[in-house]
Ligand binder design. Structure first.
Ligand code: ZN
Length: 205
């Protein structure tokens, strides 16, 4: 799941002559550009809509081995570099029931073969981004509280009672393991707009 960023925070504050069109007035521009470069490098390794892997159902993990540990490490690094708050294995083409999540300020957690129990008494509609859907954000209704039972990458049982953003993120990532995307869960008008934005753009060459 993608972080909510204001991409245009430095935009349009001055009209420059073309010959003075540089960014020297921003002290942190080099750091910003480095972060953006790292983010794009990470996104290039994450499957993008309409990649078929995003529509497949992942299988239960049966082997808690070194491959799994390395998979989780790779996913955690990609999520961090892509500035996301969650990433499912299907998003890197690995059809195993594994995802990582790290809502704002919280440490990274990895879950294997997760089972979600939703508290259906309270639901909330909020906009969600997705690391596989470019800049598309659509409103999605989710339960505000969820209990997640799973294994950690070592094969030990874990159980988390989550609310707020964490509850939303794990429902989003759990959907990925079943091949379900935000555009499937949003309202018809938002879905139509999203599909338009996701349509391949004709080359300008
Ligand atoms: Zn996603």
């Amino acid at each position: 799941m993608a972080h909510d960023h204001a991409h245009d925070e430095h935009g349009h504050e001055h009209e420059h002559d073309h010959e003075h069109d540089d960014e020297h007035e921003h002290d942190d521009s080099a750091a910003d550009r480095e972060r953006e470069y790292v983010r794009r490098q990470a996104l290039a390794q994450i499957r993008q809509y309409p990649d078929v892997a995003l529509r497949m159902r992942a299988r239960e993990v049966t082997e808690f081995d070194e491959f799994l540990v390395q998979l989780v490490e790779r996913m955690a690094n990609l999520m961090h570099d892509a500035q996301g708050v969650g990433l499912a294995a299907t998003q890197i083409g690995v059809l195993q029931r594994v995802f990582v999540f790290a809502p704002d300020g919280e440490p990274m957690r990895a879950v294997v073969n997760p089972q979600l129990t939703l508290d259906e008494s309270e639901k909330l509609v909020e906009e969600e981004g997705c690391l596989s859907l470019r800049e598309v954000r659509v409103p999605v209704e989710r339960a505000t509280k969820v209990v997640i039972e799973a294994k950690d990458p070592n094969g030990d049982d874990v159980r988390y009672e989550l609310d707020g953003l964490a509850a939303r993120v794990v429902q989003h990532e759990s959907d990925h393991l079943d091949g379900v995307l935000t555009i499937d869960r949003t309202d018809p008008e938002s879905r139509k707009q999203a599909l338009g934005a996701l349509r391949p753009q004709p080359s300008r060459a």
